[in-house]
Write a new protein. Sequence first.
Length: 70
Amino acid sequence: MAEALDLLLRSKEILIDRADLVLQAQRRYAAGGADFADGLIERIAHAQGCTATMTFDAGAARSAGMTLMR
């Protein structure tokens, strides 16, 4: 999946909204960190000025830099 995302991001035929944030999430995913969707949610929230992105998912809290709600 990481390779497919990379190819899509490099494509000149496809316009990707917030490609810089998608690339950041893709790199984290490719490195074996966060799930792609979790990483993208965190990156978009961060770009919008959120200081913390809350989650009920312990894995997302560990790997995507989110804050676990208890």
